[in-house]
Design a protein around this ligand. Sequence first.
Ligand SMILES: Nc1ncnc2c1ncn2[C@@H]1O[C@H](COP(=O)(O)OP(=O)(O)OP(=O)(O)O)[C@@H](O)[C@H]1O
Ligand SMILES: [Mg+2]
Length: 484
Amino acid sequence: MTLALFSLRRSLRRRLLGWLLIATAIIGMVALVDTWQEAVNTANTVSDRVLAGSALAIAERVVVAEDGSLEVDIPYVALEMLTSAAQDRVFYRVDGPPGTFITGYQSLPVVTQRPGEAAAFEDATFRGEPIRVGALQRSASTGISSVPFVVTVAETTIARRQLAQAILLRSAARLLVMIAGAAVIVWIAVTISLRPLNRLGAAIAERNPDDLQPIREEVPREVEGLVETVNSFMVRLSSALEALRHFTGNASHQLRTPLAVIRTQLALVSRAGTLEEAREAAAKSDAAVARAERVLAQFLTLARLNAAASGEAGALAPVDLLRLSQDVTADHVPAAAAAGIDLGFEGEGSARVAGEPLLLGELVKNLIDNAIAYAGHGAEVTVKVEEKAGAVLLSVTDDGPGIAPERRAEVMRRFVRGAREKAFGSGLGLPIVEEIAMLHGAAVTLDDGAVNRKTNRYGLKVSVRFPPVGAVAPGETPLSGAGG
Ligand SMILES: Nc1ncnc2c1ncn2[C@@H]1O[C@H](COP(=O)(O)OP(=O)(O)OP(=O)(O)O)[C@@H](O)[C@H]1O
Ligand SMILES: [Mg+2]
């Protein structure tokens, strides 16, 4: 049974056949029951007429004797009319006025006739055999008075049963042939109908693995939806592949540049005439190693982001973003001081968000890195975390050159950098910030920053607005007082 169901589920053809067979079997059963009833009725009508004929023949021989009693001279021909059919046996009885039996089989059941009814028929049993009984009510007349009598004729039902059975068998055979025919037709029809699908399958199988062109095969209308879905999936796949190719190209370029520098500087070291020259080359290659490290760190962050986005990193946990940002800011103070930048932090208490601490740390780090790298010597940079109506707002504001409003959308794209940047970078910082924010349900905006007193121009303010805790993923347990 399980096996049959299993194969039903797997084969469209078997499934269709199964449905057809079940449906025709049910309809067929109903039809057969109806045919059987009809056949029995027909057989009964035919032989009831013969029964009535025999009873009438007998009734005509009933006469009133001189003493007023009834007499009957059974015409055996009348009974032979019946016996000629099959192996059936015939019985009869004649009764006079109520209570008087005249002749025949006294134990033969009588048919209770409704008043005024001349003839009646009934199924009964006699000597353990099923019989059909017919009764005819008449009266014999003496001229003065009339004496009522009933002629009862019965017959075993072998012939009529055989007739009904023959009719039923024929119908059943016809039905079976019909079902078998329909099954063959369905089998062939399904085979033919599935051909376009096979062609479609073959066309896809023949394709080059990187051929992501939409499928143009002619398919039945029912399959068009599937093909459209596959096509739109291929479009998405090809744009994802394109993005991946683009990324790989850019990424290898990003790594090759510092490696080429390292190699050149190492060659210089080996050829250096003085210790001074060697030191200089070594310092340059050290800086290049730092760049390569930076690029790799950004890639690692992206990989971690991918894992987190696909759910491998587990659910977000409560994180005190204020403490975290404060710590990251503190870590960057020496670097900021070295670049002549005044890096400060604003914010008190705690500000909890649902998040992944390592990624949130990367987010803050990238923003502070940018401010240190691009705000310029003497700039002032403020990292601020505040809680407003449950939402947590993180901002990094500087009074450096800023980013022109029309370029702000552009710098959010991977590998996009300012044209004249002297500081090393891979153009991944802001996209990483945005992706981490998105993962936390937060939104990033770039605005004018603090006004620079010397140049009178605005710097840059990057804000990240985190939704109130508990609103990140519906259904997540609201964060308790623990953590931070
Ligand atoms: N605070 C800022 N002030 C001025 N320009 C900025 C600032 N932050 C970013 N930018 C501009 O936006 C560009 C993109 O920044 P992003 O952080 O995405 O990449 P990157 O800093 O060049 O490289 P990476 O961060 O991956 O090392 C920078 O190259 C710079 O031109
Ligand atoms: Mg950056």
